[in-house]
Design a protein. Sequence first.
Length: 395
Amino acid sequence: MKQVLALFILLFLSFNTFSQVTFEPGYIIDNSGQKTICLIKNNDWKNNPESFDYKINEAATVLEGNVYNIAEFSIDNGKKYLRQKLEIDRSKSLVKRLSKNKNPEFTTETLFLEQLLEGDANLFYYEDSNLIRFFYNINNSPTEQLVYKKYLTPDNRIGENTDFKKQLWDELKCDNLSLDDVKTTDYKKSELIEFFTLYNQCKNPAYVNTTASKINNRKVFNLGLRAGLNSASMDFKSPQSSTNFNLDNSSSLRFGIELEATLPFNRNKWSIFIQPMYQSFEGEAQLEFQNVFVDYKSIETSIGVRHYFFLNPDSKIFINSAFQIDSALDSYIDFETSSDFEIAPRTSFSFGLGFAHKNASIKLNYNPRRALLSNYAAISSDYKVLSLVFGYNFL
């Protein structure tokens, strides 16, 4: 078990080093308006970047792009960022830090904005930690913030400035948009994209929202079969030292299913999953005065988070961590001449490292400690398991 665990850690460190952020095809537009095809380092920006690294080709020197020397940049089939000098309200949204001023408190900044929609009306997005702001312009007019602000009222209640709805009604009038459409639009990415799309379609019936197409075509759920091999050990400790024992390196099969949901940011590199699997452990130990038998069967449900490192469009390395709920099935530690103990596991955690190619995957998963006797105070039994799991997604 120790040798296998050492190999697991070594593979993790090797894969983590190998799968660092890569340079991907894209383009930049500099201050003179010149467009250059290049390679851009994809840092999986959740927050809007202030700068980025790029190079003209694989052999070229790495250069830095920022709001002072780059007007626009984009990674192919990815996000597009435009430099804008504008007024932004950075009022806090945390309850303890709300302003008593209902009106936005603007400061002038130069930022890279993510372009969500391009057309007669353009929609932009800015995120910085828990600060989220939307901006717009019409027919390339100066870019303005859509105003939404929480504030503290004189009677210490939380108020909302929803002036963005007035902006939508005043600035984006068209035959297919009603006042009800404005009233029901919230300050959310999906709803503002829908509203701006309707406006652009009204102005140009041939308009196609390519951003929405990318979102709709993104694969959200994976469902597949999982099967593998356990290498497990357990110990038993009680006040009576004559009944203490250890069982090492018992092998058994495991099988189940997994449902995975890809999260809508960082280019599909994060996901959450739930994985119920049947697993078992059997062993026998010869003590000084008696024999003991272990029969442990359970449904092990892992609920966790996973991060992918893409090697190419078809292959990726991943790491995951999961919270495990284990439901024992008629499982006992059976002493030949003394009392038996019912196995009732506590919750535990596991860690995994794997490789996926298209719909197939292989993973090493390690659970360093699971307490098996939650119903007993003075007696303990710990279970450790290293699993090799094969997977195939059919959805």
